[in-house]
Each structure stands twice: as C-alpha cells, then as structure tokens.
Design a protein around this ligand. Structure first.
Ligand SMILES: Nc1ncnc2c1ncn2[C@@H]1O[C@H](COP(=O)(O)OP(=O)(O)OP(=O)(O)O)[C@@H](O)[C@H]1O
Length: 341
C-alpha cells in the first residue's frame, strides 16, 4: 500500500549576514547550506496497518508526511502510495488519502462546519448514499451534531479536531495521515479521538500513519512504530518489542500486612516509593522473575497484595532518545544503532 525506498529530502537553508551591509550582500548573493531533513529512509505499510511515526523535534516527521501526500518532492528515492507517485499524482492520491494536520485546519474558517462537509462532498464527488451513511456515523461517533451548524472559527480545539477527523474520512480513504491529531487536547478529548481512529482502523481497515509527541496515542492506536532521529530511521518494530528491549525492568508495588521497615529490598531491587505498608520496588532486568521477587519477600514478611507494572512507555522512549545521544557521541554507525535493538 505504501512503499518508501531510500527517500531523502534536502532543504536549502540560507545564511544571512547581519547589519545593513550584510542585508545588501544578501540581496546580491545568498549563501546557503544543505540540511538533510530525511536521510535514506525505507519502509512499507500494508493495508489496514496502524503505524506510529515518532521522533524528537526536527527529526523529519512532517517532511516525510508532506512527501507521502505529494506536498513536497523528495530529493532522491521513490515513494508509491497505492502504486501512485504522490507528487506526480496529487489528485488521484487525494481520493485515496485523508490528511489531518493538528496544527493546520482543512475546514473553511468562516463557514458552518456542515458547509465544509458539503464542499468536501462535491470536491471529492462522494455518492449521496456514502455521504449520508458517513455523516450519520460521524454525527454520532464524533458528536458533530453538537456544533455542525456553527462557524468553524467559533469551535473549541477539541470540537475542531473532531470535525477535521470526520472530514478526512468522509470520502472513505484507504489511508489516513495524522500529524499530531491530539495536540493541545484535554484527556477526554484525546480519548474520544483515539477510540474513533482505532474504530475506523479496525472496522474499515483504513491504514494509519500517525505522528505524535503523545506516546499514549502511539501506544493505544499503533501496534508498530517507526522511530526517526536526525532524518534517519532508527527503529522499526512493535511497541512491545521496544518495551521489552529497553525496559529497565518491572515496577512492583507490595502491600504488606504490617510495615516491615526500610530494609525489605533484596538484591537487584530498588525501593522507589515508601508509604509504610505500601512499598514500590523497581526490579532489574537481571532478576529472573518478578514473581520470584514477590515470593522471596513474602517468605520474610507477610504480604496482603501486590501489583505488577511495566516501566511506562514515556520512560522507555526518554531513555531511548538519551541512548541515541550517547551513540552519536560514540559515533556508532546506523547499522550498529539498529542492532542495539
Ligand atoms: N521549508 C524548510 N526549509 C528549510 N528547512 C526546513 C524546512 N522545513 C523543515 N526544515 C528543517 O528540516 C528539519 C526537519 O523538520 P520537520 O518539520 O520535518 O521535523 P519534525 O520531526 O516534524 O519536527 P517537530 O516534531 O518539531 O514538528 C528541521 O531541522 C527543520 O528546521
């Protein structure tokens, strides 16, 4: 469905000399440097897959989405989306693809929301039956009925995002590109958007490529993720794979029958929170099993209950980004970095 092979994108970044003389010079000759925002990236996405595209600021995520949608032309490499080259077949691609940019609106600012949907119906030549069916579903699932007659400029951010996502799916696209779809939303609005995207992916087999700095978006919607850093692809695998490779272990909270004091921790376990009878430990990867730990503690102190958790994904990714910085300092090759995982 999506094939990306050896894609690179270079931007010219113009240097400006300071002061009036500098400005005069800039008029006559403009010096520039080349920035490789995307560097030889390859991946493919199958029909119905939901893939997260992740990376620190400036890693090249938006540049990739813009190339996939035909807005930007790659410097080198090939992209095909449904066997079409995006920048050469923008109109045909648009019929198969939906796009949501969290930071930019596709809706008509001064018109009521329903007029944007009506215009979209005409532009995309959507059959009446499909239009009515989708509108009925979106009015309910995205609760568009709450504000469909209001001008877009009057909507809250959460309402606008619900309308943006409905609009992107109105023409039954095979693929949806979502660039930061939950940015700035509150927890409940995020949950609503995530469950709608998941439902569309599950029921309609819409392929999803999602960029987000909110790792919960990725964790909840995308079984697979691609991580980019400084333009390069450095991880392609499942969220679980990343977690098990990088997780520094388990977190266990034990509720004791009575407070056993401070020195309950065993080797390879660190006491990270102490609330008397409730203590939380971080267990090293080296320890065979978290259950062994609980058993050995329970032999020494009566325990009432325990809760086992994985390290949270934010923590894992944070450590992963840090490990990249260390790798850069050690000048590891790209291949070596990939083999870390
Ligand atoms: N039109 C442009 N001209 C020159 N440089 C650009 C242009 N657009 C982006 N860049 C540079 O390319 C790099 C990648 O930018 P891009 O917007 O793709 O990153 P991103 O991963 O989406 O970042 P963020 O998470 O901050 O949105 C950055 O260093 C940015 O400054």
């Amino acid at each position: 469905m999506i094939q990306v092979e050896g894609i690179s994108k270079e931007y010219k970044q113009f240097t400006r000399s300071p002061g009036i003389i500098g400005s005069m010079k800039n008029l006559l000759s403009r010096e520039h440097t080349l920035l490789k925002a995307v560097n030889e990236i390859s991946f493919s996405i199958e029909k119905g897959e939901a893939v997260g595209y992740l990376g620190p600021n400036g890693a090249g995520k938006s540049t990739m989405i813009k190339m996939l949608t035909g807005i930007l032309v790659p410097t080198s490499g090939t992209i095909t989306v449904n066997n079409l080259v995006p920048h050469k077949h923008r109109k045909e691609i648009a019929k198969k693809v939906g796009i949501v940019f969290g930071q930019r609106s596709q809706l008509w600012w001064d018109l009521p929301v329903e007029d944007s949907f009506e215009l979209h119906r005409r532009i995309y030549n959507i059959q009446d039956i499909d239009y009515r069916k989708n509108m009925n579903i979106f009015l309910e699932l995205l609760n568009l009925k709450e504000f469909i007659t209001q001008p877009v400029r009057q909507l809250s951010l959460g309402q606008r995002m619900r309308a943006e996502i409905g609009l992107a799916l109105l023409h039954n696209p095979d693929i949806v590109f979502l660039d930061e779809p939950t940015i700035g939303l509150d927890v409940i609005a995020k949950d609503n958007i995530r469950s709608f995207i998941k439902q569309m992916n599950r029921e309609r087999k819409v392929s999803i490529l999602l960029t987000s700095h909110d790792l919960k978006d990725i964790e909840e919607i995308c079984p697979r993720m691609l991580i980019v850093n400084k333009g390069e692809l450095i991880f392609d695998g499942t969220v679980d794979h990343l977690k098990s490779s990088l997780s520094s272990g388990k977190i266990i909270t034990i509720e004791f029958a009575s407070n056993p004091g401070e020195y309950v921790a065993l080797e390879n376990a660190e006491l990270i929170a102490d609330q008397g009878i409730r203590k939380t430990f971080k267990i090293d990867k080296g320890l065979d099993s978290a259950i062994d730990f609980v058993q050995s503690v329970s032999k020494r102190y009566p325990i009432k209950d325990f809760i086992l958790q994985d390290s949270d994904i934010e923590d894992i990714i944070r450590r992963y980004y840090r490990s990249l910085e260390d790798d850069n300092n050690n000048e590891l090759t790209k291949q070596e970095r990939l083999s870390v995982i």
